[in-house]
Design a protein around this ligand. Sequence first.
Ligand code: PMP
Length: 360
Amino acid sequence: MSRPYNFSAGPAMLPEPVLKRAQEEMLDWHGSGMCVAEMSHRGKEFLSIAQQAEADLRELLAVPDNYRVLFLQGGASLQFAMAPMNLLGDAKQADYLNTGSWSKKAIAEAKRFATVNVAASTEQDGTFTRAPAQAELSLSADAAYLHYTPNETIQGVEFPYVPETDKPLVADMSSTILSRPIDVSKFGIIYAGAQKNIGPAGLTLVIVRDDLIGSPIAGTPAMLDYKTHADAESMYNTPPTYAWYLAGLVFQWLKDLGGLAGMAEINQRKAGKLYAAIDGSDFYANPVQPDCRSWMNVPFTLADAKLDADFLAGAKDAYLLTLKGHRSVGGMRASIYNAMPEAGVDALIDFMAEFERTRG
Ligand code: PMP
């Protein structure tokens, strides 16, 4: 049986070639006689896996030499705290853009450490349907940094541009990293939970500029200090070795496909055809301002919410899984990260058309 298409927002689909390779290597990685999960993180086998993964990621994202790549734990949620703890220094303030559920959580966490200046908010009646324009940002002169969420996973709202600031720019890229090329040099910190476009849950990627490492606020525990992890090459304590290995296989898969420019083309095409199908029907709707629509997370509603359960049941029968929207938004959400084949999006569009024809 071929595998179903899984539209989960995360943990999400992994590329099938990656899973097959992991299966082949499960009992005996490259003649070592060990599964990667059984290896010492300090042994030469795992060190070679770790170093290759970092080198491949650096190549994919063209990470400049003055940035460190850290393979951490704690999810993006821990970065909501680590970023302020490491960047605030003597400053008392930080700028945040409020564009959806995840930036809201980042703001709530930062308030434990700093006075948060919400430099722009696009919240209207509890919903978010767009990113603010650069001209709408009222940045504070005293802020230590500017934090934003390039892609809001729940609302499906994406920034069509990188905000400009003369302070370090901190980006929660959990649900958009590796979906297209980016200019890393515009950012002070990029962080992302792995479970969407990188690999399995349990790994958190942090890309941090050298000069932002080493001045945490007083009382910062060693595990929450970027310097601890930078100095120890992400091996201060036992890292999530198997997740790191699988992430490395994903990076190799991306390189084999030709890198992020090619991936971006495919992602844009996948999202474009799904939004076109939604916009072309009176039965489905997406509320997001067209230039801020996410390439990765596509929420949509049915004209009659009473049909939601039937839609989901029918989709499941058609091998289209996990389309239920986030509980805070309702409706449906199709997450179409890198590993979602274009054929999966085509199958969803066909199913939607047929459901509308028979039930709409
Ligand atoms: N930020 C964004 C944009 C997310 O999508 C998520 C998870 N869905 C998080 C943060 C939280 O990530 P984690 O569960 O890895 O802490």
